[in-house]
Design a protein around this ligand. Structure first.
Ligand code: AMP
Length: 404
């Protein structure tokens, strides 16, 4: 363990979704609070035909197995076997703790927390705020608590990083009584933004002190305004539906559309939820795919329209967040699309000349870390690593406990 313990060990980080569980195992401890990635993998097809796969840090496959035979009673048998596999793989490295990505920390959880029975109940009470994701997060924690009671668990929240935002950025134009009930803007992707903020602080401290917009563009997309490394506004709000159009999510739409769909098309809450989360965004507009790669390769006009809509809205949000920051000192692209798609970065930045942004298109095509033209505001590509951020938090929580 880091400084307060003599033990080296393994840390399991879990990101539990509705039909998949992603995991990464780190070695923690040793001199200087080292955190070293050992391997990562996923359980996919949970509930139908679970498949288990693991790769090392070089991308070499360590295992790829069907676990359909044990995919019978929820996630418990799968998590048991995952832990057994890790222990067999690392016979000399004790499993010291598990860190979890938890989508919603509500108004109460501003920091990562060691899980207790009371914390688990509080996380469960937040299910109505994130009904599609929170139940899976909570059930993975509960399974480990019931079966491996001695294993410390640390919950890390996607919402927590945004607690620094001022009330004006967190409030909707709703009656006060509804805001007090929790209908406010929480924001998500916080672990990603926190990783980027810390990375900037370590590698570009002058930039980190300034006004930075981070564009986390993946299957889910949002943007965040950072001032001196802290979030002051973000595009997702009460739910992960607000903001820019995403792979299959609508992004912000006029609330009047929901009233229309309910009254004129007889849609109920479940139908609306399915539409807004699974049938909109790039998929809905293109009618082709939610995958940016597929759309960029397609020569159909609908694909082009979907990409254009995405880039237009991202650029518009960069302008809006620059207003919130009263100016802009740097722009960062991250996540699947942000890190890997030169044409999308180029199209977004083509709107941003008024902010002083011009890309070096050759550097952008090569995906270099710094892609702005001479004289432009800096524009960076930074790979995000939410799992590493969770590992860092877990080690801090364990150290604080050991020190206490
Ligand atoms: P994420 O949610 O961060 O894992 O991002 C996943 C998304 O990134 C995929 O759905 C793709 O649309 C997108 N993506 C990944 N690689 C590329 C690429 N080379 N070009 C364009 N989009 C990409």
């Amino acid at each position: 363990m880091p400084s307060n313990s003599s033990r080296d060990g393994a840390l399991l980080v879990l990101n539990s979704g509705s039909s998949s569980i992603k995991f990464t195992v780190f070695r923690i401890g040793g001199e200087g609070d080292d955190i070293v990635t050992l391997f990562s993998g996923q359980l996919t097809g949970i509930g139908t035909n679970a498949e288990f796969s693991v790769k090392d840090t070089a991308g070499v496959s360590l295992a790829r197995e069907s676990w359909a035979d044990r995919d019978t009673g929820g996630v418990a048998p799968l998590l048991h076997d995952l832990i057994a596999w890790i222990r067999a793989r690392l016979p000399d490295l004790p499993l010291l703790a598990a860190g979890h990505r938890v989508v919603h920390g509500g108004a109460g959880f501003h920091h990562p927390v060691r899980v207790t029975d009371r914390v688990l109940d509080e996380l469960e009470a937040l299910v109505p705020l994130a009904p599609l994701h929170q139940p899976q997060n909570v059930s993975a924690i509960r399974v480990l608590a019931e079966s491996f009671g001695d294993l410390p668990q640390i919950a890390c929240f996607d919402t927590a990083f945004h607690h620094s935002e001022p009330a004006v950025a967190r409030t909707y134009g709703l009656p006060r009584v509804l805001s007090e009930r929790g209908l406010m803007r929480y924001g998500f992707h916080g672990l990603s933004y926190e990783f980027i903020a810390r990375h900037l602080g370590e590698t570009l401290p002058e930039v980190a002190k300034g006004r930075v917009v981070v564009a986390h563009l993946g299957n889910g997309s949002s943007l965040c305004a950072l001032k001196d490394g802290r979030s002051i506004d973000t595009t997702m709000g009460f739910s992960a539906l607000e903001g820019v159009p995403m792979g299959t999510r609508s992004g912000s739409i006029d609330a009047g559309i929901l009233l229309y769909l309910m009254r004129q098309m007889g849609m109920d809450a479940d139908a609306l939820e399915h539409l807004l989360y699974h049938e909109c965004g790039l998929l809905g507009v293109s009618g082709i795919s939610n995958d940016m790669r597929v759309l960029l390769e397609s020569d159909r006009p609908e694909a082009r329209e979907a990409v254009d809509l995405f880039c237009y809205h991202v650029a518009k949000e960069i302008g809006a967040l620059s207003s919130a920051l009263a100016g802009l000192d740097a722009l960062v692209f991250t996540a699947g699309i942000g890190e890997h798609s030169a044409p999308v970065r180029s199209r977004i930045c083509s709107y941003l000349g008024f902010l002083g942004i011009t890309l070096d298109e050759a550097a952008n095509d090569r995906g270099e870390a710094s892609i702005a033209a001479p004289g432009s505001l800096p524009v960076y590509i930074i790979g995000t690593n939410e799992e590493f951020m969770i590992a860092r938090h877990a080690v801090s929580v364990l150290n604080a406990r050991n020190a206490a």
